[in-house]
Design a protein around this ligand. Structure first.
Ligand code: MRU
Length: 345
């Protein structure tokens, strides 16, 4: 990690007794942290997308469980473990697609199953902090591995936000772009990522903070950009990867992968192994989150009896055969399929 990066923005700040969450809905205009003291607040922060991005959601949920333990132990309730278990169920309902959420909750639940009686607060906090620290370590490793694939490359495009804001720090796809930009000159393009504008509001802001020049384009300009020959790779993150390498990510990723194939542009998915769901054989089994039509509809159509509806799936699944490389902290899977994925299990 470069010296310069050490001062990068943090989506989540653990204070020891509370979780401070950067409200990403207000970026880049305002940098506002909200403070949470219980699992309910953290769950709401995830659902309302104050915190978003698969790894960051998982880390926030882990801290949410630590807060639940602190809260219920302080109440001296004999049944604190049942109360924490209920909070884990609540946190699991906060968003459906990113498997990092369920992975992190599973780590915390396995602690609960151990019925720890000696200072459980410290044990749960340490586990959440470890999940956070491990994510940063994984990102830095993936940054190196991904950048190795970009030697000599002049232009890349990314989608959504996969940086420090979406993770414990440094980022997945954006971590690769950071590492590559450290080593060589690289032209970076970011799609705006409708409707929530993770690209236009978050990615370009993060890169600019790091002093990395970036060019923003509307999502629908991507094919034309590829046709121009300006990019060699599309680099994205993932919310859930199936055992055969099919990868769910922000809506629009699948169409980018199809366009990339048409234009001989390579396609890289960067995600820690906590994003891999080994229990599902392919991407058809991934639940795709549908968000409220209000996120799309102009207010005038968002009325009782309106004839204008909206379809708002916020993820899609890119089949493994459209992916050139999946980069994880355990290694790179080229042209992924079930057999290749087994190599990093
Ligand atoms: O709806 P979001 O903003 O949570 O979606 C985020 C993405 O799709 C990211 O690409 C993905 O979580 C990987 S983040 C490192």
């Amino acid at each position: 990690m470069t010296e310069q990066y050490k001062n990068a923005v943090q989506a989540l700040l653990w204070t020891g007794t509370s979780l401070r969450v950067l409200d990403q809905r207000q970026l880049p205009e305002k940098l506002v942290y909200d403070e949470y003291h219980d699992a309910e607040g953290v769950s709401e922060a995830i659902t309302t997308m104050r915190v978003r991005g698969a790894p960051a959601i998982g880390i926030a949920a882990a801290y949410g469980v630590a807060l639940s333990v602190i809260q219920h132990c302080a109440e001296n309730s004999a049944d604190w473990q049942q109360k924490v278990a209920k909070d884990i169920v609540m946190l699991a309902k906060s968003r459906p697609t990113a498997v990092n959420l369920f992975w992190a909750l599973e780590q915390m639940k396995s602690l609960l199953d151990k019925s720890i009686t000696n200072n459980p607060q410290a044990v749960f906090i340490a586990c959440a902090e470890q999940i956070h620290a491990d994510d940063i370590t994984a990102n830095i490793k993936m940054g190196e591995l991904g950048a190795n694939l970009l030697v000599g490359v002049k232009g890349v495009m990314t989608h959504c936000n996969t940086g420090a804001l979406a993770t414990g720090g440094y980022g997945t796809a954006l971590g690769v772009i950071r590492s590559a930009a450290d080593r060589q000159s690289l032209k970076v393009y970011a799609g705006e990522t409708r409707p929530w504008l993770q690209g236009a509001r978050l990615t370009v802001w993060e890169l600019a903070q790091d002093g990395i020049p970036v060019t923003l384009l509307v999502d629908s300009a991507a094919a034309w950009l590829m046709k121009s020959g300006a990019i060699d790779w599309v680099i994205v993150g993932a919310d859930r990867i199936a055992a055969n390498g099919d990868a769910a990510n922000k809506i629009g990723t699948y169409s980018l992968a199809m366009m990339a194939k048409q234009h001989n542009v390579k396609f890289m998915v960067v995600a820690p192994t906590s994003t891999i769901d080994w229990t599902i054989s392919d991407g058809n089994q991934i639940e795709i989150e549908q968000r409220d039509k209000n996120e799309l509809l102009p207010n005038c159509f968002n009325t009782e009896g309106s004839l204008v509806g909206a379809w708002n799936p916020v993820f899609d699944v890119t089949p493994a055969e459209l992916i050139s490389a999946i980069v994880t902290e355990r290694g790179v899977v080229l042209n992924p399929n079930e057999q290749g994925m087994r190599g990093i299990r």
